[in-house]
Write a protein that binds this ligand. Structure first.
Ligand SMILES: [Zn+2]
Length: 233
């Protein structure tokens, strides 16, 4: 029988020791649904749980998006702050449950922040943490991390030349604003995607129109509710 997980050897970006981490075989990645901010739900096994690699020797926790070449100063920064005190409490190389996966994302967040990793990598980790909370139904924690992720995405938009003309990024900023109830701000971003003639990403234009429409409906419903309660007086 084929197991859903298989092990790969990776090298720590910081201390360069070799260690094992698990990955999900492609045939076991079965998507059930995807939310409007790209949070994906899987049948049986969630490949997101295995995105972060945790070095057992120094604790450096990273994804494939991390910079492959750390400067000596960055390594020192990490080792001084965390690595020198690291004691591996858990074995992350095999199967992970939701709680362990959350730990790995939080370790990756601390690692990324300590070495000054690119803002878009940090934003993605924050968004993943929000998704983990959403899948567990922890609405308040989800909201807190959606706010962090949104702030980080806006910084990416403002500072990252490569990413700043991405329709997906603009849509995502609009959608996180919508989810946080900041409708005017959300509309500002959706209308940007819809009206900017240099944007060719048809899927993101369509998604922006759809989410914009949902806001109109929600605002109309609120107005009706407000006027009906007025007439009750
Ligand atoms: Zn290491």
């Amino acid at each position: 029988m084929v197991e859903p997980l298989y092990r790969v050897k990776v090298t720590c970006l910081c201390c360069e020791s070799a260690f094992e981490t698990s990955k999900v075989r492609p045939s076991f990645k079965k998507v059930i649904k995807t939310d409007t901010d790209f949070c994906t739900y899987y049948k049986d096994i969630n490949p997101d749980y295995y995105v972060v690699r945790v070095c057992p020797s120094c604790g450096f926790s990273f994804t494939e998006s991390f910079s492959q070449n750390l400067l000596p100063a960055q390594k020192k920064q990490y080792l001084d702050a965390i690595g020198s005190k690291w004691q591996s409490k858990r074995d992350y190389s095999g199967e992970r449950d939701a709680a362990m996966a959350m730990e790995t994302f939080k370790l990756a967040l601390i690692t990324g922040q300590t070495v000054g990793e690119k803002e878009r990598v940090i934003a993605s980790i924050l968004h993943h943490i929000a998704w983990m909370y959403r899948r567990e139904g922890k609405t308040e924690e989800e909201r807190r991390f959606l706010e962090y992720a949104l702030d980080a995405y806006v910084r990416v938009f403002e500072t990252d030349r490569e990413a700043s003309n991405s329709a997906r990024l603009m849509y995502l900023i609009g959608e996180l604003n919508r989810r946080l109830g900041r409708f005017n701000e959300a509309v500002r971003w959706f209308s940007r995607v819809v009206h900017d003639h240099s944007i060719m990403d048809a899927a993101m234009i369509r998604a922006s129109r759809e989410q914009w429409q949902i806001i109109r409906e929600e605002m109309d419903a609120e107005k009706k509710l407000a006027s009906s309660s007025d007439s009750d007086l």
